[in-house]
Design a protein around this ligand. Structure first.
Ligand SMILES: NC(=O)c1ccc[n+]([C@@H]2O[C@H](COP(=O)([O-])OP(=O)(O)OC[C@H]3O[C@@H](n4cnc5c(N)ncnc54)[C@H](OP(=O)(O)O)[C@@H]3O)[C@@H](O)[C@H]2O)c1
Length: 319
């Protein structure tokens, strides 16, 4: 990765982030983002989109912390980044979003570390799982994708609020939020479980959370909150689908992969929101392909967002 006095060069992937290139590109077509010493925390940074985000931000000079449930995978991921960028400052914190005690331990470590994070990326996720429960008995996809991140973000929020630098919170949602429905009478989908409905609902919750958090920030808070759809990306996210036994699933997956983005391409919007000057001060928005996008009608419902916030608070006992 070429280095230009005080700057590191980041070249967005072939597809995606045209917006970023427009504003900051030079004749070489390479985007240059300034790098003061900044720090980023990324949940699920050991693989897929999170890993590529961690790697690209390390290349830009960010100090990178990844929150991961598997210490071995975290160590291997950091070793790969370190090999590519020997001067990178990297660490990991244990984090299992399916267990609120692990979430609280992670938050405590973050607060005790004294590191001022400039960027906080809630990226980890699971998709289309069979009916499973978290340690606290929450339906698994809502528990991991939404409630775990809700609790973690709220627990570290006081530190982000007292930062003397601008802070960007980024929630990795999905276009799948469009088929999600929040049914407060059956939030854990006990009555009838559908793995895709559960995923869509958890991703809708990510967006409702982003918008509501943005509304709840205090006027003096120097924090922006945005969310995104990364594209359809070739990662390990389909691991639970692989367990499905229909004969056509491997065939369908093989065909789909032909049209999917590579993980580095899928990370482009997260990287853009984390580091581009174009989005300085932009908050409460949904992004696709590094551009502002419109999320589903349901995602803009203030009552649903407020109610989901209050229930999430009760369930996770967040501050
Ligand atoms: N791939 C796509 O096409 C796509 C499309 C739309 C949205 N997204 C979103 O993008 C985000 C990243 O997904 P990806 O595609 O990069 O998938 P991935 O390759 O499966 O990575 C998911 C990450 O989440 C971590 N994770 C899962 N359960 C966790 C838990 N209980 N506690 C802590 N970490 C946990 C995984 O850790 P382990 O390695 O230990 O399992 C992994 O690091 C997700 O939020 C997903 O919903 C992806």
């Amino acid at each position: 990765m070429p280095l230009v006095r005080g700057f590191q060069l980041f070249c967005p992937t072939k597809r995606g982030c045209l917006g970023a290139r427009r504003a900051t590109s030079r004749s070489s077509g390479v985007t240059v983002y300034a790098t003061a010493k900044r720090a980023v925390f990324i949940t699920g940074g050991n693989t897929g989109i999170g890993y590529e985000t961690a790697k690209a931000l390390a290349a830009q000079g960010f100090r990178v912390t990844i929150g991961c449930r598997d210490a071995v995978k975290a160590g291997l991921a950091l070793a790969r980044i370190k090999e590519a960028f020997p001067s990178a400052v990297l660490d990991s914190v244990p984090l299992d979003l399916a267990d609120l005690s692990s979430v609280s331990d992670c938050a405590k470590r973050v607060l005790d570390s004294g590191v001022q994070y400039d960027v906080w990326i809630n990226n980890a996720g699971v998709m289309s799982c069979p009916k499973m429960s978290t340690a606290q008995g929450f339906e698994y996809q809502l528990g991991v994708n939404h409630l775990g991140h809700f609790a973690l973000t709220n627990q570290v929020l006081p530190a982000l609020q007292t930062s003397n630098k601008p802070v960007r919170i980024i929630n990795v949602a999905s276009a799948a939020h469009a088929f999600g429905k929040i049914d407060f009478n059956d939030l854990m989908l006990d009555r009838s479980y559908d793995a895709w409905q559960s995923y869509g609902r958890s991703k809708l919750a990510n967006i409702l959370f982003s918008y509501e958090l943005n509304r709840r920030l205090r006027p003096g808070d120097n924090i922006t909150v945005n969310c995104l759809h990364p594209g359809i990306v070739k990662t390990e996210l389909g691991r639970y689908m692989a367990a499905e036994t229909t004969w056509y699933m491997p065939l369908a997956m093989g065909l789909m992969k032909l049209f999917m983005l590579e993980p580095a391409q899928g990370a482009a919007t997260s990287i853009y929101l984390a580091s581009s000057p174009e989005v300085e001060g932009v908050t409460g928005k949904y992004f696709v392909n590094c551009s502002r996008a419109v999320s589903s009608n349901d995602s803009y419902n203030h009552d649903t967002a407020r109610r989901l916030w209050e229930i999430s608070q009760e369930l996770t006992m967040a501050p």
